[in-house]
Design a protein around this ligand. Structure first.
Ligand SMILES: NC(=O)c1ccc[n+]([C@@H]2O[C@H](COP(=O)([O-])OP(=O)(O)OC[C@H]3O[C@@H](n4cnc5c(N)ncnc54)[C@H](OP(=O)(O)O)[C@@H]3O)[C@@H](O)[C@H]2O)c1
Length: 75
């Protein structure tokens, strides 16, 4: 159960090919875009996902502290 007002589902690699399929699959299953945080680095793709209603976060997976902070907000 989220303890803060963050979407419940966090998708790393959301800006990539598999991530696109994951996001499409969630929408097809009836998950609202606003219930999903799409994580990646590509600013242009993140902007597109934001326009589609997803929450977005730019995070580099090589930065453990940044990853931990993002995950903690979705725990
Ligand atoms: N596509 C397939 O059919 C398939 C099948 C089997 C296995 N895989 C494996 O699944 C993984 C993803 O495949 P894909 O096709 O989706 O690749 P992709 O299109 O190149 O996407 C890679 C994703 O990972 C993100 N990423 C990479 N390095 C990152 C970093 N340091 N910090 C944050 N995000 C990072 C990219 O973010 P940005 O673009 O925003 O930088 C992008 O969202 C790969 O390991 C691939 O080998 C893929």
């Amino acid at each position: 159960m989220p303890t803060v007002a963050e979407p419940a589902i966090l998708v790393f690699g959301a800006t990539g090919s598999l991530g696109r399929h994951v996001l499409d699959g969630l929408l097809e299953r009836g998950t609202p875009a606003a219930a999903v945080t799409a994580a990646g680095r590509n600013e242009g793709r993140l902007a597109e996902l934001a326009s589609a209603g997803f929450a977005t976060v730019r995070v580099d997976l090589t930065d453990p502290a940044a990853v931990a902070e993002v995950v903690a907000r979705h725990a």
